[in-house]
Ligand binder design. Sequence first.
Ligand SMILES: Nc1ncnc2c1ncn2[C@@H]1O[C@H](COP(=O)(O)OP(=O)(O)OP(=O)(O)O)[C@@H](O)[C@H]1O
Length: 151
Amino acid sequence: MTLGSPDKQGKLEQQPGEKLQIEKNTGFLQSFGHAVEGIGQLLKRERNMRFHFFASSVVIYIGFMLKINRQDWLWIAMAIFAVVMAEFVNTMIETMVDLVVGQMYHPLAKVAKDVAAGAVVFAAVYAIAVGTIVFWPYLIPRISQMLQYQF
Ligand SMILES: Nc1ncnc2c1ncn2[C@@H]1O[C@H](COP(=O)(O)OP(=O)(O)OP(=O)(O)O)[C@@H](O)[C@H]1O
């Protein structure tokens, strides 16, 4: 990919007035600023990440509704963290593969991208399992209460 040309997804155009830096960051604030930019890129480029963000918000809302305890919050936080981390790794791998092979097909590029995507699926399955184990005991009394009320 040449400088300023769009990437595979057509989203890497150089912005007017944007400073092109390849030197080391000079201080904490500059490093932090670039890290925040990285998080922004993840949200902008990854449709799945926006879905994870929405799903996490729903799970947190349900957690508050069901008044889950401290320990259960830790499990939920860990599940959300695992999915988000897997998505970070997936995006890093995808970007590096696109940088190296560009528009060419390469079987190893396929392996790298598919394994990275597999990591996200793996983390998502873990998160669903944690959510089920955590929320189930809070839901059982409510469900049986609803059933008693109906019959
Ligand atoms: N350069 C390449 N060589 C070989 N296979 C590729 C290459 N680029 C992509 N693929 C294959 O095409 C699939 C889709 O590629 P794409 O770059 O859209 O991945 P994606 O962005 O990982 O998808 P998602 O955003 O859903 O994670 C990959 O999972 C991989 O199997």
